[in-house]
Ligand binder design. Structure first.
Ligand code: CAO
Length: 434
C-alpha cells in the first residue's frame, strides 16, 4: 500500500482558483481519471481528475478555498506499486466574458456577453459536497449549465453513472409535469416557473441547431445577471453634431496615424469623465451587498460582435489615453476578438461596459448589466433630427443611448444625472479637457 499525495496539476495561466465542488470524501474508492474536485475561475471551470486508482483517505481542501498549481488536495491509498500519472485539468468551459443586452419586449432574445463574478456564475442549486452520484465532467458541466442538481437525477449508465440523456430526461419529466416539486426545485432553483416544453414540429417544419460555445457560456452569465441585478434602464440622447464634424475633420490626419476614428472612442472618453463625476457607476457591490467598492481606474469593456458570439474585451486605463491610442486599442481588440485570439487578460478588469450597436442601427435598447459591474451603456445609431433651438428647428446629429444600472447601487436621479453628464460632454468635447 502506498499513499499518493494528489496535487493541483498544470492549470494553465490560472492562479488562485476557487474550489467550487469536492466530488469525493474520505473512504470513497476512485478510479484513474475520476473527478476529485472542481475549480472555477472567472474564465473556466476545471475538473481535477485522479491520477491513480485507490481509496481516498484524506481530503485536505474545502469548498470556497483557493488553490494554484502544485497545491496539495488529498491523499489516496493505492494498492501495490501503481504508477502515478501526471493528471491534466479538464477545462469544462472557457468562459469568455460576454455582454449582455436585450431588445426590450417579452419576446426578445436575451443578449450575449458579460463577465459575471464567480459567485453569480455558480448554479442556482449547487450540488451537495461529496454527492453520491457518478457522472463524467462533461455531464456535470452540462447539468451545471442548466442548473440541474445531479443528486436528483437517476443514472442509467454502468454502476448508475449519470449520462447526458438522463439529465435531459429529468428536465423533460419536470417540464411535462411528470415529476414534481423536488426535481422541479432542482431545475428551476429559485422557484421560477419553468417555460413549458413544446413540440414545435406539430405546427410546421423545424430544425434544431446546438448553440455555439460562447452563446452557451454567455447565456449563463446573462441569466445570472438578469436574476441577480435589479435593472433600471435610463434612455437619453446627445447632440453629436460638433463631435462628428471634428471626427470628420480629423479623418485624414487619423488615417496618417494608422487609425480610423468612429464615434465610439469619443464616447469612451466622455463616459470616463462622467464616471469620474459619478464614482458609483465605476464600482461593484461587495458580495454581501452591504458596501460599494469604487474603483479608481477606468477600464472600459467593449461588446464586440464576432462570428462565434459576443465577447467583451477590455480597454485599460481609458482616462490616461488619447483618442488615437484608444482607436488603436479598439481596432486591436476587435481584431483579436474576431480572430478568437483574446486571452483572459484581455477580458478581465473591466469597470464599465459599452455595447455599441450604432454602426448597425436601432433607436434604443436595454443592455443587461455586465455584473459584477453596476452599469452598462448601449449606443444606438445617430441620425439627423430637427431640434428646436429657441427660434427655429435646426438639423442636428442626435445619438440615442441608454444606460442600464443596478438599482441597489445607483438611484434613479443619479442615473439620469449620469446620462445628462455623458450627453453634455459629447455635445461639447471642450468640456473633456477642463
Ligand atoms: N451612430 C452612427 N454611426 C455610427 C455609430 C453611431 N452610434 N457608431 C458607429 N457608427 C459608424 C462608424 O462611424 C462607422 O462608419 P464609417 O465607416 O462611415 O465611419 C460604422 O458605423 C461602423 O462602425 P463600427 O461598428 O465598425 O465601429 P465602432 O468603433 O463603432 O464599433 C465595435 C466597434 C467592435 C464595438 C463594433 O464593431 C461591434 O462589434 N459592435 C457590435 C456590438 C454588439 O453586438 N453589441 C451588442 C451586445 S449585447 O447583445
Amino acid at each position: 500500500m502506498a499513499i499518493t499525495q494528489v496535487k493541483v496539476p498544470d492549470i494553465g495561466d490560472f492562479d488562485s482558483v476557487e474550489i467550487i465542488e469536492i466530488l469525493v470524501a474520505a473512504g470513497d474508492t476512485v478510479a484513474v481519471d475520476d473527478s476529485l474536485i472542481t475549480l472555477e475561475s472567472d474564465k473556466a471551470t476545471m475538473e481535477i481528475p485522479s491520477p491513480v486508482a485507490g481509496k481516498v483517505i484524506k481530503v485536505a481542501v474545502a469548498v470556497g478555498g483557493k488553490v494554484c498549481e502544485g497545491d496539495y488536495i488529498l491523499d489516496i491509498e493505492v494498492a501495490g506499486d501503481t504508477a502515478v500519472t501526471e493528471p491534466k485539468a479538464e477545462v469544462v468551459k472557457a468562459e469568455a466574458p460576454v455582454v449582455v443586452s436585450s431588445a426590450a419586449g417579452p419576446a426578445a432574445a436575451k443578449p450575449a456577453p458579460v463577465a459575471v463574478p464567480a459567485a453569480a456564475a455558480k448554479p442556482i442549486n449547487p450540488q451537495p459536497m461529496g454527492a453520491s452520484f457518478h457522472a463524467s465532467p462533461s455531464v456535470r458541466a452540462f447539468a451545471r449549465n442548466l442548473g440541474v442538481d445531479l443528486s436528483h437525477v437517476e443514472g442509467s449508465g454502468p454502476k448508475g453513472r449519470i449520462q447526458q440523456t438522463d439529465v435531459e430526461a429529468a428536465i423533460k419529466a419536470v417540464m411535462s409535469g411528470q415529476k414534481a416539486a423536488p426535481g422541479q426545485a432542482a431545475l428551476s432553483g429559485s422557484g421560477i416557473p419553468p417555460i413549458p416544453a413544446i413540440d414545435f414540429s406539430q405546427f410546421g417544419e423545424t430544425t434544431t441547431e446546438e448553440l455555439g460555445r460562447i452563446k452557451k457560456i454567455s447565456g449563463k452569465f446573462l441569466h445570472a445577471s438578469w436574476l441577480n441585478v435589479p435593472h433600471v434602464t435610463q434612455f437619453d440622447e446627445c447632440d453629436i453634431t460638433e463631435m462628428d464634424q471634428f471626427r470628420k475633420d480629423m479623418k485624414a490626419q487619423a488615417e496618417k496615424a494608422g487609425v480610423k476614428l468612429t464615434p465610439l472612442v469619443f464616447v469612451m472618453k466622455a463616459v470616463v469623465k462622467a464616471l469620474q463625476d459619478f464614482p458609483s457607476f465605476n464600482a461593484s457591490l461587495s458580495p454581501d451587498g452591504q458596501s460599494i467598492i469604487k474603483k479608481h481606474y477606468y477600464n472600459i469593456g467593449i461588446a464586440v460582435d464576432t462570428p462565434n458570439g459576443l465577447v467583451v474585451p477590455v480597454v485599460k486605463d481609458v482616462d490616461q489615453k488619447g483618442i488615437y491610442e484608444l482607436s488603436r486599442d479598439l481596432m486591436e481588440i476587435s481584431a483579436k476578438a474576431r480572430d478568437g485570439k483574446l486571452g483572459p487578460k484581455d477580458m478581465s478588469g473591466g469597470t464599465f461596459t459599452i455595447s455599441s450597436l450604432g454602426g448597425i442601427g436601432g433607436t434604443q435598447f436595454t443592455p443587461i448589466v455586465n455584473a459584477p459591474e453596476v452599469a452598462i451603456m448601449g449606443l444606438s445609431k445617430a441620425k439627423i433630427q430637427p431640434v428646436w433651438d429657441g427660434n427655429a428647428f435646426a438639423p442636428r446629429l442626435m445619438m440615442p443611448f441608454s444606460v442600464s444600472y443596478d438599482h441597489r447601487a445607483i438611484d434613479g436621479a443619479e442615473g439620469v444625472r449620469f446620462t445628462t453628464a455623458v450627453s453634455h460632454y459629447l455635445s461639447d468635447l471642450r468640456q473633456l479637457i477642463l
